[in-house]
Structure formats: C-alpha cells, structure tokens
Design a protein around this ligand. Structure first.
Ligand SMILES: O=C(O)CCC(=O)C(=O)O
Length: 363
C-alpha cells in the first residue's frame, strides 16, 4: 500500500468524523465550548445576515394585533375581521392576544421544549431519523441530509395527528413532555379552528370547510437556536415560507424572527402572552393570492439561546388545495393547485428572497 493512499484514507476518515459531529446538532457542538463558527455553518457572503443588519436592528416590526376577546364579541367582530384581512394581505403575519391558551400551559410547554434539548445527546439521538414521516423526528439545520451549509438550529418535530396514536411515539423524556405537548397541541388546534373560521369569514367564503380542518394536518416543531459565537456568519433558519394554512408560533423573549416587509428584513418584536400567526402557502393559494405567505428567517445571537414552538396546521395531507371559487378570494396574481403532501419548507436563496409565482391553468 502506497504512503499517499494511506494519507488519503486517513484524510477521508477524519473528514467523515467531522461531518458526523455536525449531524449531532448545534447543541452538541456548543456543549464542547466552541469559540468560532465551523466552516460547515458559514454562509456565502451574500447570504449572511449582516447585509443591512444595522438597518434591520433598528427596524423592529410591531405586527398588527388581533384581539380574540374582541373577535368573540358580536359588536366588535366585523371590525376585527377587517383588521385580520388587512394583516393577511399586507404582512402575511399578525399577533394574537387574549388567545385563551392558559399562560401556565404556555410556560410549561416552553420549559419542556427547552429541557428536551438539555437532555444528554444519548437521549436525543433516539429520535434522530431522516424519515420525514416518522411521528417524532429530531434533527439539525433545515434538512441535514441535503444541506451543504448547515443552519444554526436543532429541532424536534412532533406529528400531532391522530393524537392518541402518535402520543406513545413521542419522547418519554423529559417525563412531562408527552402530557404538556398533548395539552398544548389540543389548545393550539382549537385556536387554529377559531382563527380559520375567522379567516374564512373574512374571505366571505362561508364556513362549510371547517369539518375538513378539524381532520386536518398538524405538526408541532420545537426549534432550538443555541448561542452562536459569530452570529453574523450564519442564520438559524434561511428565508422560507410555511407550507400550511396557518402557523401559530410561540416565541420566547429573545429577538430572532425576521419577516420580509417591503423588500427589507424587519425583526418581529416579541410581545409577552401573545402568539405570532402567519399565512402559509396553502392559504395563499386558497385565497387566490389575496392573503400572502411571506418569507421569514431567523437570526441567532451570541448572548442568549432562543426557543420557539411552531404549530403548522392545514387541511388533511391527501387533500388538494385549490383557489376558492368565491369572488371575494379573487385572483390577484393567478392561481395554482397544490397537493397538501408533507413538504415542510419552501426555501429560496437567502441573498435573493423572491415572491413565489402563481399561474392560472390555461393563462
Ligand atoms: O423560530 C422562529 O421564530 C421561526 C420558526 C420558523 O420559521 C419555522 O419553524 O418554520
């Protein structure tokens, strides 16, 4: 065996060892006290967050507020529906207050989500799989199997339908995870149904579809963004839109979520006791482009880890989503049809975030 060959094999083995370390996730990496961002996470210059960072830091966005208490009050409902429609048309995002999910439950859910990522790696690895249909999936970046550059994020994905049959597959540690996540998932589903009823109302399409939503898909994603020694070189999540009808996002008090607004990245101001809600691709299609599924991304920082819990809701996975025939959900940019299959993200190159394009069959 030649010396060159031995050196080459050793190099490949070393590279494989380094790669497999990254597959263990950002938390694992951080537990080893790194002081620099490894090359694997360094985005190309044009995709890094510092481009326009000063402006973005100065620009925080107070999202339109939807007060559920007012939505429930017959005297105020119409006005709230108007605010809701404008928010979905102009921002694709809004903030819900008085949402009715008990504050204690929200805190317990956030706490158990955080504690899951504090478990020893040997416990978390039990749930690491590349099978996107698994009822529970732990991983890192966006899609660690295909990402050439990794994002500074670990995740735990819990399929929430049908709840009783997926529950035994959810992590048994921390001990309270199943109980808290089940309660939170149930409350999130109820809130989604209430919001989707309002959305259908605001579009003037009637609420005949509600039973379909009751049977709809529901995925809960706990995102963990550990402190990052060089946050200007990477992102927690790239610009993307969500696939579903609505996403209900619970974020802690750490800034990170940015929304694209008039071509600029603006940071969403976390508001205590509220949930951030955004329009997903399915709703954009259903409303024929009237409501916007807007690109968003996540910044990381060097001071504080961040946790968020996204609940993605839509119609059943085998249901075809197409534009509503009702005239008030009229076409503003053509239309398309899409299968509600479990595709998790629509991403685009971070440097050039663009609007998705729609077409009308026959146009
Ligand atoms: O962590 C966040 O603020 C956003 C998470 C997100 O965009 C997602 O899970 O799709």
């Amino acid at each position: 065996m030649g010396m060159d060959f031995v050196v080459e094999v050793k190099k490949v083995e070393e590279e494989e060892e380094v790669e497999s370390k990254y597959l263990k996730g950002v938390r694992y990496l951080c537990e080893n006290n790194i002081t620099r961002v490894p090359n694997k996470y360094i985005l190309p210059l044009a995709s890094r967050p510092e481009k326009g960072r000063k402006a973005a830091a100065a620009q925080t966005l107070k999202l339109p507020v939807i007060d559920l208490a007012k939505l429930r009050s017959p005297g105020c409902r119409l006005q709230v529906l108007e605010t809701l429609a404008k928010a979905c048309e102009n921002y694709g995002f809004f903030q819900v207050v008085n949402h009715g999910i008990d504050g204690e439950l929200v805190s317990r859910m956030a706490s158990v989500g955080k504690r899951f990522f504090e478990l020893p790696f040997e416990e978390r690895v039990k749930y690491m799989t590349s099978d996107v249909r698994a009822p529970v999936r732990c991983g890192t970046s966006v899609n660690q199997v295909v990402d050439s550059v990794f994002y500074w994020r670990d995740f735990l994905k819990l399929t929430c339908r049908p709840l009783e049959s997926v529950l035994p597959h959810w992590p048994s540690s921390p001990m309270d995870l199943r109980e808290e996540a089940k309660s939170y998932a149930e409350r999130s589903k109820s809130l989604f149904l209430e919001l989707v009823e309002a959305i259908l109302d605001s579009l003037g399409v009637g609420t005949g579809m509600l039973p379909e939503f009751e049977d709809g898909s529901h995925l809960m994603v706990v995102n963990c963004y550990p402190r990052c020694p060089e946050p200007n070189l990477t992102l927690g999540m790239p610009p993307h839109s969500d696939y579903g009808f609505l996403t209900l996002l619970l974020q802690d008090d750490v800034h990170g979520l940015q929304v694209q607004c008039e071509g600029e990245w603006v940071t969403v101001e976390p508001v205590p006791d509220s949930l951030v809600v955004n329009v997903g691709d399915h709703l954009e299609i259903f409303s024929n482009g009237r409501y916007k599924s807007v690109l968003h991304r996540v910044l990381v920082n060097s001071i504080k880890s961040r946790i968020s819990i996204a609940s993605l809701h839509s119609l059943p996975v085998d249901r075809m989503v197409s534009p509503s025939r009702n005239s008030s959900a009229r076409a503003t940019r053509g239309s398309t049809r899409i299968q509600t299959s479990p595709r998790s993200l629509t991403t685009c190159p971070p440097a050039r975030p663009s609007r998705k394009t729609f077409w009308t069959p026959g146009s």
